[in-house]
Design a protein around this ligand. Structure first.
Ligand SMILES: C[S@@+](CC[C@H](N)C(=O)[O-])C[C@H]1O[C@@H](n2cnc3c(N)ncnc32)[C@H](O)[C@@H]1O
Length: 263
């Protein structure tokens, strides 16, 4: 992708995020509450790491709030394209940086770990973005990423529901499991853990929001039931692969010789 095409797509994403802002801060949203339960697991997968931890595409700062609620000291740095969203990320960050993931305003090897929760599927030029992420990650550093899995019937429903919705661009993406793995490996990252999770939560939480159920019922309760149901179903799936979301933990090899891709 050339720089001009990328710039156009990033501008489209900016416009979509402007429209999505109200959804991210809607405190009646079951999806937002459900996401807090999901971020709990993302933090579990991060484990004990050195700091600072970069929250890439932090948006309005859901992760910062969950980290504080769990008493995790991650020395979080929030990074996002949108100054408007960063303005709402008030809890849990020691610093907030605005910029484009395709050109991170950070020094080489300056970050001990990073989390990309629901970020990569918004990014138009993922090979360039991942090269940047790898550049700023310290050797041995950890990357946790979490994004939608492509399941054809679900994608068809999403397209129908989002038709004409200004908060979603045409490049809003979902990954085939093998594609996600390859994307991370091609960026020179070593995958340690990788699984498809959350078989029902994303759809049911969205459905509750569409029915505006969060206005009338206890959305915290609904969200925690959805998380619990997904965990129970995942526990029975011995292959560990039937979820609607992909969750990966990868590391940057300590030795440069371990990377066989384009430097
Ligand atoms: C679905 S939101 C996820 C927000 C947050 N991580 C969460 O889990 O609540 C996607 C985020 O990615 C950010 N984003 C999209 N494209 C980006 C880019 N090129 N550079 C940096 N951030 C970007 C958006 O502004 C938005 O905040």
């Amino acid at each position: 992708m050339d720089e001009q095409d990328r710039a156009l797509l990033v501008a489209e994403e900016r416009e979509a995020q402007r429209h999505a802002h109200a959804m991210y801060v809607d405190d009646r949203s079951v999806l937002n509450k459900w996401e807090e339960g999901v971020l709990d697991r993302v933090l579990d997968w991060l484990g004990d790491v050195n700091t600072p931890v970069l929250d890439v595409g932090c948006g309005v700062g859901h992760l910062g709030r969950v980290a504080v609620a769990r008493g995790r000291r991650l020395d979080l740095v929030g990074f996002d394209l949108m100054a408007e969203l960063l303005a709402d990320a008030r809890i849990g960050y020691r610093a907030l940086v605005q910029g484009d993931i395709h050109r991170l305003p950070l020094k080489d090897r300056s970050v001990a770990a990073m989390i990309l929760s629901n970020t990569l599927h918004h990014v138009p030029d993922r090979p360039v973005a991942l090269k940047e992420l790898r550049r700023v990650l310290a050797p041995g550093g950890v990357v946790i990423c979490y994004d939608p899995r492509r399941v054809r019937p679900v994608e068809a429903v999403k397209r129908l529901v989002r038709r004409g919705h200004e908060a979603f661009t045409a490049h809003h993406y979902a990954f085939a499991p093998a594609e996600y793995r390859t994307m991370l490996e091609d960026a020179g990252l070593e995958i340690e853990r990788y699984v498809a999770v959350d078989p029902f939560g994303p759809l049911l939480a969205t459905a509750f929001d569409m029915l505006r159920a969060g206005t009338f019922v206890d959305r915290d309760r609904i969200a925690s039931v959805l998380v619990a149901v997904d965990r129970a179903v995942e526990g029975r799936d011995r292959k560990g692969g039937a979820g609607l979301m992909l969750l990966a933990r990868a590391t940057k090899p300590s030795s440069r010789t371990a990377f066989r891709g384009t430097p």
